[in-house]
Design a protein around this ligand. Structure first.
Ligand code: N2P
Length: 384
């Protein structure tokens, strides 16, 4: 059983010798030993974070900067592949990165991250022990990874547009049919089908759909997934990982996307005055769960600031703000009682125990497996 058991419980810089003037005025040069010692944690007040787009509440970074005086440089990446390439190349310049579960085990194993100093993260206690237990397989001893948020890859739809495009054809029992079965995609292409643009986001659900292990490392399985996908290739118009605007703005009516992003799109469409019903679906055969986690890079220049940010993020209030504004659970148990009831009660954000059983647990790709997945995806995308 190679799958993980994921459970759902459900200072200013103090410079040494800063008083140069006084020293110069002193009758005799002060011995070096008497100069004020630099605190071990002296660090420029900067923090470089690399995270997914649409994943942090608007005011959170500014609030952290205001409280700590630490200036945050916040950059984003759209795929695990992009983050992984940076980590493999080394010297990322980032202090905190946020890998997903299909990549974090091998990255942790490769030594890309430094162990956390939990004594500096007092809010660590807010984390859900069940989720931390689930992360142990990816990160033995929970030494490097702290949950940012989790969700699942699923089918998202603009139900209003989908029903119109299907006409007399009823909605399928299995929602994956909408994006993987030619009978449906040939109709939905008129209102727009969008896929996440990443091999490791599309091949796993395709494998799952054809009844194979979603995290298979077997090239023959990848080929079979690619062949299934080839049948719907001409109907898929958009490949984009940041597809919130495509859904909210009406360019896409059926997507292979992330649960929270579909919920964000639903909220954005409503704000823009749309009456269309936009939903993250819970396919009868299950959706694919992911956990995105914070890690401090091994060569981080600002590890203390990174710990300070992780501690800030793990406040119950921060976790509640993330779920309230971005429709993703964070793994912060203490946050649950602080969030809006319509968020904690939303079954497409916090799935119920019954559906949780259907969620496909994350798996681990080997480097060879990932290469083969990439080949299969590229062949499909190029329409070969
Ligand atoms: C971006 C959410 C990223 C989730 N809004 C996929 N790991």
């Amino acid at each position: 059983m190679k799958k993980y058991l994921w459970t759902f419980a459900l200072s200013a810089i103090v410079l040494a010798g800063c008083s140069k003037k006084e020293e110069a005025a002193a009758p005799a040069p002060a011995p070096v030993a008497s100069a004020p010692a630099a605190p071990v944690n002296a660090e420029e007040k900067v923090l470089n974070i690399y995270n997914w787009p649409d994943y942090v509440p608007e005011t959170m970074i500014a609030a952290f900067e205001k409280e700590t005086g630490i200036k945050v440089n916040y950059d984003t990446f759209e795929t695990n592949e992009a983050l992984n390439a940076k980590l493999v190349a080394g010297n990322t310049g980032y202090d905190i990165v946020v890998p997903g579960t299909s990549f974090s085990p091998s990255q942790t194993e490769a030594g890309f991250f430094q162990p956390l100093d939990k004594a500096k993260i007092k809010n660590y206690a807010n984390l859900d022990p069940a989720i931390m237990m689930g992360l142990v397989k990816a990160d033995p001893g929970n030494k490097h990874l702290v949950p940012w948020a989790w969700g699942f890859t699923t089918v998202g739809i603009n139900r209003t547009k989908v029903e119109k495009a299907l006409g007399k054809m009823p909605m399928p029992e299995n929602a994956w049919d909408l994006v993987f079965k030619p009978e449906y995609t040939s109709k939905l292409k008129s209102c727009g089908i969008a896929y996440l643009d990443s091999p490791t986001e599309i091949i796993p659900p395709a494998l799952h759909y054809i009844g194979k292990d979603a995290y298979s490392n077997e090239p023959a399985d990848h080929k079979a997934a690619s062949e299934m996908l080839a049948k719907v290739r001409k109907d898929v118009r958009i490949f984009r990982s940041t597809m919130i605007d495509d859904i909210a703005g009406g360019k896409a009516c059926a997507v292979v996307g992330w649960s929270g992003d579909v919920n964000i799109a639903a909220g954005r469409a409503k704000e823009n005055g749309s009456k269309d019903v936009i939903q993250a679906l819970l396919p009868t055969t299950g959706a694919l769960i992911f956990y995105d986690t914070m890690a401090i890079t091994k060569d981080a220049k600002h590890p203390n600031n990174a710990h300070a940010f992780i501690d800030f993020y793990l406040r119950a209030e921060s976790g509640a703000q993330v779920s309230d504004e971005l429709s993703y659970p964070t793994g912060n148990l203490a946050a649950l009682s602080k969030m809006k009831p319509e968020v904690s009660g939303n079954k497409t954000i916090f799935v119920d125990a019954e559906y949780a059983k259907k969620l496909v647990a994350p798996g681990k790709f080997t480097n060879e497996g990932r290469q083969s997945i990439s080949n299969a995806y590229n062949a499909f995308k190029k329409g070969k």
